[in-house]
Design a protein around this ligand. Sequence first.
Ligand code: F6P
Length: 367
Amino acid sequence: MSVKRIGIFTGGGDCPGLNPVIRAVVLKARASGIEVLGIEDATSGLIDLDYRSPHGNRWLEPRDVEEIVGKGGTILGTSNKSDPFRFVVEHDGKREEQDVSDRLVENCAKLGLDGLISVGGDGSMRIAQRLIDKGLRIVGVPKTIDQDLGATDYTFGFNTAVEAATDAIDRLQDTAESHDRVMILELMGRDAGWISLHAAIAGAVHVCLLPEIPYRIERVVQAIRARRAKGKPYSIVVVAEGARPAAGEASYEGPRELGKMRRLFGAGYRLAAALEPHLDVEVRVTVLGHLQRGGSPTQFDRVLGTRFGVAAVDAVLAGKWGQMVALRTPDVVLVPIAQAIAAPHLVPANDPVLKAARDVGIVFGDE
Ligand code: F6P
């Protein structure tokens, strides 16, 4: 069956590079005679056809995407609480999670969509796979600053996030050195330490604490004291938001909210509180937060996003549904979505980047 009409949506947290994907999909699809419906706020515009946000479900033409390659965020809007399998609805005056996936499938038929392009991270690809199991035709495009999706060398957004983190470290270095302080920088990444690991090397930090390597506070204290003893009274410590002490859990803000994942919060301040009693220098904390997610995509993320968008439409044209585009340097290939979500992509103990970091003296709080 030839494809006449597809929908595209961006799901989960936004990330730099989404707009280059949308642009490439629209340009390539329109040139191939396919209409493209931009679906608003992840799957929200498919779950409820009357749903209206400032982004708006709309048919996209090349003129709509001409100027967006260097723009962060997503012109379609996104959401990390529009999982159709646990959608939050009001029922008898109470909020509860409901499976509204059948309605989403019916709405795709009403809109005459022959297939969908789902641009998202780990969570969005899991949802995509469940929708595929219900009969929808979907091609996946992997995005996330966290770099925690398997099956692709890189997701776009990661490079821009590491740039932002490195810039923050460079700035902290100046002021830490001037005031002889210990500066803690908390970075995003959920359960994956990739942003922290890469930024730690690029910014030449002294201590880096990752979710994959539980830390001992004595080891961190020892590293900071050893620097003081060598005439370097300041230190820069990067801590991933999902990092945890050897005898503890990651830091969360309260219980999980309906329709959302549990929110990581407080790793940096917890570390500062644990360090302060052992040090006679000031400890300050910076939480970089969403500054890592915003901003213009780097050229790497613009190119990768564009290549992924083009490859996704190629997959649609070839009828390769259920596949996710992936970078296997230097090629963009297709892998089954099911394979991409089989296991999270975390920093392994034998990772070569981790080895390089250890070899240039970065302390990870374990050894
Ligand atoms: O997955 C991307 C990410 O930025 C994570 O690194 C972070 O834990 C989470 O999203 C934050 O989500 P929110 O914007 O909902 O606070």
